[in-house]
Design a protein around this ligand. Structure first.
Ligand code: UTP
Length: 480
């Protein structure tokens, strides 16, 4: 039940946050309603605990005695009988309609700085098709292949829900059934200054941020998504992040390993390029499955070790690709109080006591988030971690240029698809470093993988001299 103004004022006072009403007298009716709605979703005792534990105290990080690399399954190949068995089991799960897709797209996308949801970013260099469209085309291919409907759950937040919904409606859900696409909103949490006080970004608005991708656990339960999935017969959710253009959505190998091993939560891992690569690492910490963040590398210097061949010993980087069984989501929700929170020191614009907006030039406050990989500590089966190659599976898009960028993702996808074209007998220009030198796009609705591409290409000749984009129906567009 919604709390009224008096109840919210009392709570705010009780927890030392009464200042959020400082400009109440100046607010319009709508602004007052907006502020009360924000305060109504605040878990005051939780925020008080976080302020005391992390902002005011800043305790040293948890330290494990025994940290070992997680044992991972090798990259799945057709020639490996175990992988082949997993593939067949995964295909069967898809045919039986036991798999749903869970996309986390509620982040703020600050580093990319695109004015809109990250999924609406026109990632494809020639056709400017968006990341959302690629995800949708992959799902439509799988539905065709396995004669099934795959429910797609998309987590959004206050920051991008309206724009995301509008985008899907305007594009007719890219041919998917609108009944099978469900948006759910994650919770927001207040930002805090260095004294643990909530911050106002406008006289009637708290500075808040989405509660992290770990917020998908409560969001699934509290928005009825878990019930919906179960009613549809879904037993596991293929989880990925919106900014991974290359992701293999509902990969049968991965689903198969998860199903055959009766896993609660499974993960893909990729080999780290260098000891200090900015990526979390899958480890066993005092026997418990955890992902150690790259910001904690100096607490565990052994994570920087390399072997005689220069390979990183703690190799298993985290591409944020998981499968979660629906029962596990429920049991994790029941223990969500034990979920760790992570804080980030950030520059947060705020109103000073006189009501002036201050844009700080150095970090002045904290954002709190939960991370989905922290659910791994609750699994009680041996780790199911499947190693992947990055190409064709992982292209994080955090910024425009540099590491983990749009530019790098485009190169990686041109390399992948250029390789398919070469296998189909097409000459593809490459530069001195071996990278494909022209933009290439292949719609996943046309071909999801190399085998399918070669089958669809039979009897066709492609001209990739200047690059090309192949559409869902095989039509070709050339760069202008
Ligand atoms: P990131 O942590 O990379 O954040 O999220 P971001 O929003 O994409 O970008 P920055 O950090 O502001 O630059 C990884 C994935 O988790 C989702 C994002 O949408 C992205 O798919 N996410 C993140 C959420 O769904 N909710 C959150 O609260 C945070």
């Amino acid at each position: 039940m919604k709390k009224d103004e008096a109840a919210l004022r009392a709570l705010a006072e009780e927890f030392g946050q009464g200042h959020v009403f400082a400009f109440w007298g100046q607010l319009s009716t709508e602004e007052r309603a907006g502020l009360l709605a924000q305060l109504d979703q605040v878990d005051f005792p939780l925020m008080d605990r976080l302020a005391r534990q992390w902002v005011l105290d800043q305790p040293p990080a948890e330290k494990f005695k025994d940290v070992i690399p997680v044992p991972a399954l090798p990259v799945a190949t057709k020639s490996d009988p175990a992988a082949r068995e997993a593939w067949e089991a995964g295909e069967e799960q898809l045919r039986q309609g036991r798999v749903g897709i869970f996309l986390v797209a509620g982040g703020q996308g600050t580093r990319l700085g695109f004015p809109g949801p990250k999924g609406c970013y026109p990632i494809a260099p020639i056709t400017e098709r968006t990341i959302f469209q690629y995800h949708a085309e992959k799902i439509s291919n799988l539905e065709r292949r396995y004669s099934c409907v795959i429910p797609w759950y998309i987590m959004v937040s206050d920051t991008n829900e309206a724009a995301t919904r509008e985008y899907f409606e305007a594009n007719h859900y890219f041919g998917l059934s609108s009944q099978a696409v469900t948006f759910l909103r994650q919770r927001m949490v207040p930002c805090m200054d260095e004294k643990g006080r909530f911050m106002l970004e406008a006289p009637g608005r708290l500075a808040m941020n989405p509660n992290g991708h770990g917020g998908c656990i409560p969001a699934m339960v509290e928005n009825g998504i878990l019930d919906d999935a179960r009613k549809r017969g879904v037993e596991m959710l293929s989880y990925f992040q919106v900014d991974n253009w290359a992701v293999k959505v509902a990969d049968p190998y991965f689903i198969g390993y998860h199903a055959l091993r009766g896993a609660a939560m499974s993960s893909k891992v990729h080999r780290k390029n260098s000891p200090r690569e900015a990526v979390g690492v899958h480890c066993l910490c005092d026997g418990v499955y955890q992902v150690i963040e790259y910001t904690e590398l100096d607490i565990y210097p052994q994570l920087l070790d390399t072997d005689a061949n220069g390979q990183v010993v703690y190799y298993a980087g985290n591409p944020a690709i998981h499968i979660l069984s629906t029962d596990f989501v429920q049991s994790t929700y029941d223990r969500f109080d034990e979920f760790p929170w992570h804080l980030a020191h950030k520059k947060i614009a705020f109103l000073d006591g006189a009501g002036n907006l201050v844009k700080p030039d150095k970090p002045n406050g904290y954002k709190f988030e939960t991370f989905v990989f922290d659910a791994l500590r609750f699994v009680n089966h041996p780790p199911v971690a499947l190693e992947i190659e990055r190409i064709g599976e992982y292209t994080p898009t955090k910024q425009f240029d540099g590491d983990n960028s749009v530019v790098a993702a485009r190169q990686s996808m041109s390399n992948l698809w250029g390789g398919w074209l070469e296998k189909a007998g097409c000459a593809v220009p490459r530069n001195a470093t071996g990278d494909v030198a022209v933009p290439i796009e292949i719609s996943p609705a046309f071909a999801l993988d190399e085998d399918e591409f070669l089958a669809c290409s039979s009897g066709r000749a492609w001209d990739a001299a200047k690059g090309l984009a192949i559409d869902a129906d095989g039509a070709v567009t050339y760069p202008s």
